[in-house]
Design a protein around this ligand. Structure first.
Ligand code: DGJ
Length: 717
């Protein structure tokens, strides 16, 4: 039974295949968290309710420090997950247990808490995914009183890590535009570490993913395959906040809270109204970061991604953005399409520049009519050509934005976020449309629906290219104006869902100037994300490795372009191998590639298609540690279901005199089986080895010098 209420101990026990999560009901009807970790053998093995005390008159009680859902109440020493203002000015909550229900198949638990006095219900929802060792949490507020309640803060979840166990280390993903998802690590010390997005999108700077591992007494943390890791990710693409804090109490408690950011947030909960938070995904692994990532990947593929394409292979795409920029013209696009098709591309995408007076980023956003100079007979001749070449057609849009120099803005200046008596700050010469407005939502749905209805479009790349400023909605009642942070994201999700319902065979990609919207909220509505505008094949490696910590490789598009920031003179093979780490795309200017390069590219695309099911649907194992991008060797293994076949990709940054390359120890193979190897192995290496030998002795890839790469394929006999 995944969810149990143990009457005797008054405790809830939630178990997956390998993990357990527990909390207790106190005699005065509060919920106190008691356990998250490995599944234990007997019910008696789980901890009992601790003694409720406080260290001094300056401290909160133990029960409040370990609260399962710490709402602002009494002495609030820890990060609050819920803060409200009642109409009489009271800003203190007294939540008590009311009732609980279990879903029929016992994988969902709902616990209703109620304020002792006011008409506020707080429903804590827990869902279990036992096959992924994943637990998700969500909260719904209901106002059953007669007066409005102002919600000032509401998190999706919060939990204390096991105390009296030792020190923790935080691993998270940080970066900036073109350097997204870089792995960062820091020891947790007293105080708070806040990771957040507060600019109306997920952000390039931080990602709503966290992992905390337990340090050994010698100070060593978990590795890719060993050690305890607690991790999580928020399913939300707007302002978000993760707080990791350590507080001194009789014991040092480390707590993680995550949810919608309370920065500039407020929600008017009218009588009878409800408010639902996004889902928070949580997991625990006692086999290090590798298992943590694979559990998240499996959960995304099996449960999060929109079902239509979740199990399908991603097509090899060609996108001309880096080749021609805004200068998308029918003739050149047709030439590129011919070359892309010959190379093996299955999807041809035209990027920015096809509409309105969009010749640079200065004008045109908002005017979504095909530009007649660039496409004299509309898009259909190009689409027909692309289709006749055997490829699907895809198109770029940026619906949430408007250039002031556009007919749309001239007609509806109030549709963009703005404040009275303040000039609006443009970024990339554009403003953000106020998606909280119903008329804006209907306008966007209207033109997108028309675009998809009038053309044979199979793929939409949905971009979002600036951070917000002047987030005003002066037309709304004052008490609702700070709701835009939530309303915008909900409207975005709703828009995509409506379009998908009307056009079920269209794939959607989430993009925000590269990887600014890489999160599980987007992955619940879009099929994949554009990882970064940095397509230099060496720079990409840590970006892609960092991305894989939280998100499935299949959801990450990686393009081969002509970018060579490091003056690496990369070989075409190296460039392709770097892009083999997820879903393959090509973005170079094929009109400038030689015949020999095009022929080699076609071979590499064929090779990718052969191993694509393993990369996109198999499991990923990072064979070298998580890194910031300065290690010499990076290697990653992909393994098909049933351990039947796999691929290793290895990348060398540089070679040293008289130093052998490092042996790569493969993971999770069948030790008894014999595997045949082929590809870039050193000539002295055997090509037939047992799974045990591959895992214990490992293999030496053939890596020849600076910026070389190796691809090794293995198959069970
Ligand atoms: C930013 C995206 O990340 C790029 O791939 C490209 O689509 C440009 N926007 C177009 O303006």
């Amino acid at each position: 039974m995944p969810i149990q209420f143990l009457e005797k101990g008054q405790s809830f026990l939630l178990t997956t295949r390998n993990t357990a999560y527990a909390f207790h009901l106190t005699p005065d009807a509060r919920l106190v968290h008691t356990y998250y970790g490995a599944k234990l053998k007997f019910l008696e093995d789980y901890p009992l309710l601790p003694e409720n005390r406080s260290l001094a008159s300056f401290n909160a009680e133990t029960f409040d420090m370990l609260a399962e859902f710490p709402a602002t109440s009494r002495v609030m020493e820890t990060e609050s997950a819920l803060q409200v203002r009642f109409s009489d000015g009271t800003r203190d909550l007294r939540l008590v247990y009311d009732s609980h229900t279990l879903s029929e198949n016992e994988d969902e638990l709902n616990i209703l808490l109620r304020d002792e006095h006011y008409g506020l219900g707080v429903n804590l929802r827990y869902r279990l995914y036992p096959d992924c060792d994943i637990l998700t949490r969500q909260v719904t507020l209901t106002n059953s009183g007669a007066e409005a309640i102002t919600v000032e803060k509401i998190m999706s979840g919060s939990f204390p890590l096991p105390y009296e166990r030792g020190e923790f280390r935080l691993t998270h993903l940080a970066g900036t535009w073109a350097t997204e998802t870089q792995v960062q690590r820091t020891t947790v010390t007293p105080g708070q570490k806040v990771l957040e997005g507060r600019l109306n999108y997920t952000g390039h700077a931080h990602n709503p993913f966290f992992a905390l591992d337990l340090l050994s007494q010698e100070g060593y943390g978990a590795t890719e395959s060993s050690g305890e890791v607690w991790f999580g990710a928020l399913q939300w693409s707007g302002n978000w906040k993760t707080v990791v804090e350590q507080a001194h109490t009789p014991f040092r408690v480390t707590r993680v809270s995550a949810g919608i950011n309370d920065y500039d947030f407020s929600w008017q909960l009218e009588p009878g109204g409800t408010f639902e938070t996004p889902w928070l995904t949580l997991g625990y692994s006692r086999e290090g970061f590798g298992t943590a990532s694979r559990n998240l990947h499996r959960y995304q593929l099996n449960y999060v991604l929109p079902r239509r394409f979740a199990a399908e292979l991603r097509p090899v795409l060609y996108n001309s953005w880096e080749a021609v920029g805004f200068n998308v013209r029918e003739e050149v696009q047709m030439q590129l399409a011919e070359k892309a098709a010959k190379m093996g591309a299955e999807l041809f995408v035209i990027d920015d520049g096809w509409f309105g007076e969009r010749h640079s980023d200065k004008a045109g956003l908002g005017d979504w009519e095909v530009n007649p100079q660039k496409f004299p007979n509309g898009l259909n001749p190009l689409i027909e050509k692309v289709n006749s070449l055997g490829m699907q057609f895809g198109i770029w849009v940026e619906p949430e934005m408007v250039n002031p120099d556009s007919d749309l803005y001239r007609a509806h200046p109030d549709w963009a976020y703005h404040f009275p008596n303040r000039s609006s700050t443009t970024k990339r010469n554009q403003l953000i449309l106020n998606l909280s407005r119903q008329d804006v939502q209907e306008h966007l749905f209207g033109w997108l629906d028309r675009l998809l209805s009038e053309h044979n479009i199979s793929y939409v790349k949905w971009d979002y290219n600036r951070t917000i400023s002047e987030p005003g909605w002066p037309e709304a009642p004052l008490e609702q104006q700070r709701e835009i942070w939530v309303r915008h994201v909900r409207a975005l999700y709703n828009l995509v869902d409506r379009l998908r319902a009307r056009h079920p065979d269209v794939m959607f990609e989430a993009c925000s100037g590269g990887g600014g919207r890489a999160d599980m909220g987007m992955l619940a509505h879009f099929d994949h994300t554009w990882t970064s505008d940095n397509t230099d094949p060496l720079d990409r490696l840590p970006i892609q490795q960092g991305y894989s910590l939280a998100y499935a490789p299949k959801t990450m598009f990686c393009w081969v372009t002509d970018m060579d920031l490091n003056k690496g003179n990369y070989s075409l093979r190296y460039r392709f191998h770097s892009s083999f780490m997820g879903s393959l795309g090509v973005g170079g200017n094929l009109n400038h590639w030689s015949e020999a390069e095009l022929a080699e590219a076609a071979q590499l695309v064929t090779e990718y298609k052969r191993i694509r099911p393993i990369i996109q649907q198999g499991e990923q194992f990072r064979l070298t540690p998580l890194e910031k991008g300065d290690r010499e060797l990076m290697a990653v293994q992909y393994l098909a279901a049933g351990q039947s076949e796999g691929v290793v990709l290895a990348f060398n940054r540089r070679q040293h005199f008289w130093r052998n390359p490092q042996r790569l120890l493969l993971q999770n193979l069948d030790p008894e089986a014999l595997y045949t190897l082929s590809g870039d192995l050193l000539p002295s290496e055997p090509v037939r080895l047992s799974g045990q030998a591959l895992m214990e002795r490992g293999i030496l890839p053939q890596l020849d010098g600076l910026l070389s790469s190796a691809l090794i394929y293995f198959k069970k006999e």
